[in-house]
Design a protein around this ligand. Structure first.
Ligand code: ADP
Ligand code: MG
Length: 504
């Protein structure tokens, strides 16, 4: 069977690269030099990998292969049709230049789509194995670290840093305070008290501050603990009559970080002990950093504790706005080393509004889809994931009354682009003549939206869609209306697109 898929016509390509139709220009097997081509490709990959951000490199060069090298023509196989446009637009010139550096005899690169490459490790290079990541992402197995004098701290997660914390209006004060504390522990902002709802970045900031302090002063005794652990230690010390030892130990700490202190409310004995520990540290100008889910005065803590907190710095973290959510997603996607289309990130940022943890959760799902199924996440696949997780973007919008800022009417071009992104077909194809189902449906939907929201006439729609006759447009609209009636999923999809262009 011929493994080369026919790919759609690509607009005029110059002499540097051309697109193969069927197997017309693939060199005959007997003339190709697969081994030489494979070696060349390996070296090209190596050089490309040093020029591109890793996420891009892995995403777009995975499952690629050199299929042949004949008279200066390097035939490069790509696993999916979407890769073709992308390589032609973004990597062709660079790849050719690199190929020529290695072998000046290379004249051109011919791209071809070979769907078989996706499941054929024998023909492709395992990029993750050959180009391992330098950074280590795995956490050490230990949960706790024992400091001098038998003090125990939870291990700080090295992936929480101040550098990768995205700052927006919702957290800028908290972030600035943490930066100041990191620069000068025990200085002006002591104690530092951060509060805010679940999943808004408190733990991240606390641990990042601890990490930053340790970076400057590796020998500092930085203790990070939760109020639950702190309570457990108190209870244990009391039970074993080791309070003296407990006090001595905690008082040798340079930086004490207690996460989620709300849990010591109503625990009188623990509070008392904490108060004394706190006082001693404070007097010795040691830094104390605390987080809670609400401000100090709402915590049901003793008054003297509350007034101590009030002497330092109190900052809240609140729900991030759209821009911050988008920036966080972009940052996290880069950290997962996955290239996700901007439109997809925007869609997630628009619909997941409550907290950052949820935002990350959806992103992780997208990463999983990508890794397991080798599919680039699309607005559509994300909308489906969100529905499965019970966070139906459309239903939620109704329930929570979350409405986007009032927008101007979309343009026809914007509608076309939204449909194109949702169904992963190009605008050109929608306007073009193809009648395959994958294109027919988006085309009909785009027509329908043009009519519905821009009031375009059949004639104008016909013109906008490559000079079609108005009766053709009428027929298409009838067909899509009929499909709406029989297919509730379709209605939902159209709603998602309508939401994206801001008309519902
Ligand atoms: P909290 O402790 O407030 O419940 P976390 O600190 O555990 O929240 O944050 C939940 C997740 O969201 C973490 O993975 C964290 O890295 C991420 N996160 C929250 N805010 C930000 C931000 N501004 N920039 C980057 N990541 C963030
Ligand atoms: Mg937390």
């Amino acid at each position: 069977m011929n493994p080369v898929a026919t790919v759609c016509q690509h607009p005029a390509s110059d002499h540097i690269g051309s697109v193969v139709h069927g197997n017309a220009t693939v060199p005959p097997a007997h003339a190709a030099h697969p081994a030489a081509a494979a070696d060349l490709w390996m070296e090209i990959l190596r050089r490309v990998s040093s020029k591109l951000p890793r996420a891009q490199f892995i995403t777009w060069f995975k499952n690629t292969a050199a299929l042949g090298l004949e008279e200066g023509n390097l035939v490069v196989g790509l696993p999916l049709p979407t890769f073709l446009t992308w390589h032609m637009e973004h990597y062709r010139a660079m790849t050719l230049e690199i190929a020529r550096e290695i072998d000046p005899g290379i004249r051109q690169i011919i791209y071809t789509v070979d769907l078989g490459l996706k499941d054929d490790p024998a023909r492709t290079v395992d990029l993750l194995e050959h180009f391992p990541e330098n950074r280590r992402r795995k956490l050490p197995g230990r949960q706790e670290v024992r400091l001098a004098e038998g003090i125990v701290s939870k291990i700080l997660n090295p992936s929480y840093t101040l550098e990768n914390f995205v700052v927006g209006s919702s957290n800028s004060l908290a972030n600035a305070a943490c930066m100041a504390v990191a620069r000068e522990p025990g200085g002006k902002y002591n104690p530092l008290f951060l509060y805010g709802g679940v999943g808004l970045g408190k733990t991240h900031l606390l641990q990042a501050t601890g990490n930053a302090i340790l970076k400057h002063s590796p020998r500092a005794a930085v203790v990070y603990t939760t109020s639950e652990d702190f309570t457990n230690h108190v209870v244990e010390a009391i039970a074993h009559k080791k309070m003296e030892q407990f006090n001595r130990r905690y008082r040798t700490v340079d930086v004490l970080i207690i996460d989620d202190i709300q849990f010591i409310a109503n625990k009188d004995r623990t509070q008392e002990i904490f108060f004394h520990t706190f006082n001693t540290l404070y007097e010795e100008r040691k830094q104390v950093i605390i987080s809670a889910d609400r401000p100090p005065q709402e915590l049901h803590l003793e008054d003297r504790l509350i007034s101590r907190f009030a002497r330092g710095m109190i900052a809240d973290v609140s729900q991030p706005d759209y821009e911050t959510r988008l920036a966080i997603l972009t940052e996290k996607a880069a950290a997962y080393e996955i290239f996700i289309d901007g439109a997809v990130l925007q869609f997630i940022a628009q619909h997941v509004t409550r907290n950052v943890r949820e935002l990350e959760g959806i992103l992780m799902q997208a990463v999983a889809v990508y890794e397991l199924e080798q599919r680039m996440p699309t607005v559509r696949s994300i909308a489906e994931i969100m529905k499965k997780l019970g966070a139906d973007p459309l239903k939620d919008a109704e329930k929570t009354g979350f409405v986007q800022a009032p927008r101007r009417k979309p343009t026809f071009q914007e509608i076309m682009e939204a449909v194109s992104r949702y169904y992963s077909v190009s605008v050109q194809d929608m306007i073009g003549a193809s009648r395959v189902r994958e294109i027919l449906l988006p085309r009909q939907i785009a027509m329908c939206l043009g009519k519905r929201h821009l009031g375009m006439s059949f004639v104008r729609l016909g013109e906008a869609f490559g000079g079609r006759d108005h009766t053709t447009v009428m027929n298409a609209l009838e067909k899509i209306e009929a499909k709406f009636n029989s297919d509730p999923h379709l209605l939902r999809e159209v709603r998602a697109i309508e939401q994206e262009v801001g008309v519902v």
